[in-house]
Design a binder for this molecule. Sequence first.
Ligand SMILES: *Cc1c(COP(=O)(O)O)cnc(C)c1O
Length: 436
Amino acid sequence: MRFYSTNNPQVTVSAKDALFHSMPVDKGLYMPTPLPVLGAAFFDDIAGQSLADIGYAISAALFGDELSKQELEQLTHQAFPFDTPTIDLVPGQSSVLELFHGPSLAFKDVGARYMAALMSHYSQQSEKEVNILVATSGDTGGAVAMGFHNVPGVRVSILYPSGRVSDLQEKQLTTLGGNVQAFEVDGSFDDCQAIVKQAFVDADLNANLSLSSANSINIFRLIPQGFYYVRAYGQTRHYNKPVVFATPSGNFGNLSAGVMVQQMGLPVEHFVASTNLNQVVPAYLKTGMYAPQPSIATISNAMDVGAPSNFPRLAHLYGDDYDTIARNVSGYFYDDEQTRLGMKRIFDTYQYIACPHTAIGIMGGEDYQRSANPDSLVISLATAHPSKFKPLVEEVISQTVDVPERLAVLADRVKQSIRIPAQYDAFKESLLQTVA
Ligand SMILES: *Cc1c(COP(=O)(O)O)cnc(C)c1O
């Protein structure tokens, strides 16, 4: 398996290079080649397989040429000690794929843990410490911090927008210590992302440090996210319905991962891209015009992205052809008031407690189904546990939300972060101090 850049398909690199370099020098995005196509028999036979089993099978098809069976087996089982169950809202019509049963209670655990397992595999072979830089709008930070905590040979620096993440999200990334350092940026998520991008093209910094990214531009966060689409297909196959996935989206890594497994043969009839007011992609799907915007703060803060970093990958997967994209993906978006109403309606109708992101996914899926595809089974991705947004969810549904133990223990821990202005030089200076 090799990886090429979306900007220059002629040049390819190894899996290890794509993993550690994250972004090609031409600023494209890495894509695997050839993308293996798994036959119908594979998908017919997966109902009883766990996330780890599916992860192993797809990983072996992708890079069985670089890693041994035993290594892949160990890696996938180490990464996925939890499941991603599918819960029926209306049997055979509407389901929720729960992706929050990992340590940080958000779907980003899946990508972060697979990447961490792979990096620790490779870093055992090298002497130089790897410095992971990651910008987070909320949930990436926690998943990466927990996934990489205490991984030997790896140091993690997390940038997050001050005041724009929930208290518990902040605790997840600022209380681990050890090899994990949080930078609290006086700015937006886009500012954080811009600083990280600049670090990767700073020749001086790269001469000193071996930098790597765990943002969803890294193809190895995306690949494992395909596994749970397959797992959900396996769990709902007995309904024998055309499957539509509704994905609440920000940077569009999660949706791109679904499209990638669709191209590997997973029978997906359609995707729904559901967003908050940061509706650059729904607007594109409607008009054909792609116009990134400054991000807008909303109650579904992990999706407050005005310039989605994975959009070029999504477009590339469909041959950069608007008609193909629009045939396969429909866009919906909701403001905060609609999101609150949706959370309340979902609770009142199904007794299902959805976080704001998850509610946006469910609403998009149901609106699409109602208007365009009544015979489909819509599987909406539940991207975070509702207790990560406890005050908001409780206010909206007038019910107490239980906090799982692994999150509850963080409440008493003391936040430790380095506060910096939204300027690259300030970040660079304090990063060099922390790693010195
Ligand atoms: C990150 C995140 C999203 C958005 O996922 P993308 O892959 O960036 O589109 C949605 N919901 C939650 C809870 C998230 O943490």
